[in-house]
Design a binder for this molecule. Structure first.
Ligand code: ADP
Length: 245
């Protein structure tokens, strides 16, 4: 790695670390306020200072703040991870991972963050499919794919997550009915900092880090990340992971 690249990585990792600390504190206090306000709403008694409507409005504001905090937090994590990947030092912790539980958790989390889009997990409840992997990193992959499916579906169509298998692999798909990916972007969307050519920055913010990170993580699991897409119809991303590592 050349010196410029090295300096850029060190800079990125220091900045994202520094920004994460205040963000954690803002997030903690916002959640505490959210809890307080929803308690007040649940046990509401006429209050000359604050009407129930006012409390509900503040609760909506806090929800918006929390959504933006989560976005910033994810961005910081992605920046941090990409600088670590670039320097070749991203560490993995290998363990037995229950893919079904992991997908349930990620879908649930994303549904809370984005209540406007319906997230459908098509796998049958109670089944267990295990692989050896790094659970946190895989969680990042699925939440990035879902976050993209949500972001690039401005009409708020439903998103479907499924898990199937062939002889030696599990195949997880994340399907949206959003804007789709033009052919000219197809071979570049996994590149670091690449953003779709026709993507309107004002409408769809981002840095072009998510899919790069997903691909690196899936490659390290000796898997495959692919997609099919049609402009105006939607996209489906496939994560294929070996049953045996
Ligand atoms: P970002 O979303 O920040 O631009 P990503 O690396 O996650 O970064 O994605 C790279 C590009 O791939 C995006 O800019 C967009 O053009 C395209 N893309 C990714 N996921 C989707 C999707 N579900 N629907 C349409 N386009 C997508």
């Amino acid at each position: 790695m050349n010196d410029d690249k090295l300096n850029q990585n060190v800079f990125l990792s220091i900045v994202s670390h520094e920004l994460k600390t205040p963000l954690t504190s803002i997030s903690g206090f916002t959640q505490a306020l959210q809890r307080k306000i929803s308690q007040k709403i649940n046990n509401y008694r006429d209050n000359p200072l604050l009407s129930r409507e006012e409390l509900e409005k503040y609760s909506d504001h806090l929800e918006t703040i929390m959504r933006q905090i989560n976005r910033l937090d994810k961005l910081m994590d992605d920046l941090l991870d990409s600088s670590v990947i670039e320097s070749g030092n991203l560490r993995y912790e290998w363990d037995k991972v229950n893919l079904n539980i992991l997908l349930e958790q990620v879908c649930e989390q994303m549904q809370v963050i984005s209540p406007a889009h319906q997230i459908v997990l098509a796998t049958s409840k109670g089944s267990s499919n295990f692989i050896t992997g790094d659970e946190n990193r895989l969680e990042k992959v699925f939440s990035n794919l879902l976050a993209n499916a949500i972001k690039y579906s401005p009409h708020k169509d439903a998103i479907t997550v499924d898990l199937s298998e062939d002889n030696d692999r599990y195949i997880i798909s994340v399907e949206d009915k959003g804007i789709g990916i033009p052919l000219e972007d197809s071979d570049k969307i996994f590149d670091l900092y690449y953003r779709g050519k026709g993507v309107d920055n004002k409408k769809f913010s981002g840095l072009g880090l998510g899919l790069y990170l997903c691909k690196q993580i899936i490659d390290t699991h000796r898997g495959e990340l692919t997609f099919k897409s049609e402009v105006g119809k939607g996209s489906i991303f496939y994560v294929k992971l070996p049953k045996q590592t």
